[in-house]
Design a protein around this ligand. Structure first.
Ligand SMILES: CC(C)(COP(=O)(O)OP(=O)(O)OC[C@H]1O[C@@H](n2cnc3c(N)ncnc32)[C@H](O)[C@@H]1OP(=O)(O)O)[C@@H](O)C(=O)NCCC(=O)NCCS
Length: 173
């Protein structure tokens, strides 16, 4: 699957050769190696789902953006966690993040996944359909700003379940 764009970058699932590029983009986006280490720990974890790590690449195949969905649970219901999302600073605010996140959500929908949670910027994620998770009775075991925990359903026939989010072990939550 390759989604071409007119802006010189395109989106596809990660390949083995992208591992170093994803690390570089993640370190550059977050200014620390923590999130890059998290991606690598998740790649070795049972929460990893093949095809749900998406990269945005330039025509010469340089990774400039990354979005990752891994298995989590809302109560007893399987769901996906969107994290981390990273775009090279010089490519930020040019649509790369939206492109790679939309592609990840579409890939998840095609696989029959129903629910996604994200902990992040409350002004950014609503554009993809995320809403404040607490409105659906979704909560975390740790204190976070209420508006930062968001969730969405990928399946219009299923409402978000209520319950506590259980993240994959590498998140340490
Ligand atoms: C957050 C991030 C993935 C967004 O990707 P992007 O390619 O810059 O975003 P897009 O070009 O698709 O969208 C641009 C929109 O995102 C908003 N945006 C970008 N970074 C933002 C931030 N840190 N907080 C809130 N909104 C942000 C812009 O204001 C812009 O909004 P507008 O469309 O209303 O003008 C990217 O900026 C990034 O890697 N940031 C550093 C790492 C990070 O914070 N990751 C997310 C953790 S929750």
């Amino acid at each position: 699957m390759t989604a071409s764009t007119t802006d010189g970058w395109s989106v596809r699932p990660e390949a083995v050769a992208d591992v170093a590029g994803i690390r570089a983009v993640t370190v550059a986006a977050f200014d620390t190696a923590d999130e890059a280490d998290l991606v690598e720990a998740l790649r070795a974890d049972p929460a990893w789902i093949e095809g749900l790590s998406l990269v945005a690449t330039t025509p010469d195949d340089r990774v400039v953006g990354h979005a990752l969905l891994t298995r989590c649970w809302i109560g007893e219901e399987p769901a996906l966690c969107l994290a981390p999302c990273s775009v090279l600073p010089e490519y930020q605010r040019t649509g790369v993040g939206s492109g790679v996140i939309e592609a990840a959500l579409s890939a998840a929908r095609r696989r029959g996944e129903s629910f996604v949670v994200v902990l992040g910027h409350p002004t950014y994620y609503p554009r993809f359909g995320f809403r404040r998770a607490s409105e659906s009775g979704i909560r975390l075991s740790v204190e976070v700003p209420d508006e930062a925990l968001m969730a969405m359903t990928l399946d219009a026939t299923r409402s978000l379940p209520a319950g506590e989010v259980r993240y994959a072990e590498p998140f340490g939550i």
